[in-house]
Ligand binder design. Structure first.
Ligand code: SAM
Length: 282
């Protein structure tokens, strides 16, 4: 029997992946978690039917969420990751010896435990001694923090269900206050292509622009996310992603990366005209 995973992108467009096995399924108080084994993407997991992470293309997302800000401020020491239960973002952060502390706040402990069981490729560094795990709502976690972090990475689901609060003005304000004077916030910024995602992209950009001095968006190619064209937001108090890009310093780290490099860093901020126009319209 043919088994296919289908993710709705629009009412008339699906992402469809043929699977070898349905490995595991569980409903938690927050969301439904499913693990599958596929032919083209290896093991992957979904939350409420949406592709999160797979063995084949996860390096793209995790390279771009971590190495871009690290090449702008190579002195980052204290990092907060919100969401990111698969551990891929933390894995990339632990490659930097100058990072001293990583707080990861994930609302759903089951995502972490199941990724530790089925996706060691991303979760293997969650036990690094610099990492502290907090199983709580990221929205609440940042409420009482002030001037603590050099970098906040919002590695979240889409703005429905538990991820909704991570796209609000109040949350962005709390992040701004939790960052120190050179602080950088990177957030999962949705996609410009299909209407439903585009609306969320614009809302997020509009809110961030009201709060942060510097507010840019950068793109990457993610084969298994809706339309394959995805964005991160780069918001900061002082540091500009291109003017303050320290390519030579980053290259001296000698880190071996499969997607990120210094040319991609610059190129990722060069947006297609329709995306630039959309962002400038808010
Ligand atoms: N890189 C993938 C992506 O962007 O689709 C995966 C992101 S990671 C799996 C998203 C995580 O955010 C999920 O594990 C989810 O439980 C967590 N999450 C959602 N809302 C949250 C909240 N309010 N506080 C903390 N974590 C949250």
């Amino acid at each position: 029997m043919d088994l296919w995973f289908n993710e709705r992108n629009t009412d008339t467009c699906n992402l469809s992946i043929k699977i070898k096995n349905a490995i595991y399924s569980e409903k938690t108080p927050f969301q439904k978690i499913d693990f599958y084994e596929s032919y083209d993407f290896g093991i992957f997991f979904t939350l409420d039917g949406m592709m999160m992470v797979n063995e084949k293309d996860e390096f793209i997302y995790h390279d771009m969420i971590v190495h871009v800000p690290m090449a702008v401020n190579p002195n980052i020491k204290n990092v907060l990751v919100i969401g990111g239960g698969d551990g891929g973002t933390v894995r990339e952060l632990t490659r930097y010896s100058n990072i001293e502390l990583i707080h990861m706040v994930e609302i759903d402990e089951r995502v972490v435990r199941l990724c530790q069981r089925y996706l060691p490729q991303t979760s293997s560094k969650l036990e690094d001694e610099r990492v502290s795990l907090f199983f709580e709502d990221g929205v609440k976690f940042v409420k009482d923090k002030k001037n603590i972090y050099d970098l906040i990475l919002v590695d979240s689901t889409d703005p429905i269900g538990p991820g909704e609060g991570l796209f609000t003005t109040e949350f962005y304000r709390d992040c701004h206050r939790s960052l120190n004077e050179n602080g950088i916030l990177i957030n999962q910024h949705e996609s410009p292509y299909f209407e439903e995602y585009r609306v969320e992209m614009l809302k997020s950009h509009e809110k961030l622009k009201r709060i942060f001095n510097i507010c840019q968006v950068y793109q990457f190619h993610m084969p298994t996310y809706s339309s394959g064209h995805w964005l991160f937001g780069f918001a900061s108090k002082n540091l500009h992603p291109i003017r303050d890009h320290k390519a030579e310093e980053w290259e001296k780290t000698g880190l071996d990366t499969r997607y990120y490099n210094s040319k991609i860093h610059k190129g990722a901020f060069a947006l297609p005209t329709y995306v630039k126009d959309l962002l400038e319209s808010v």
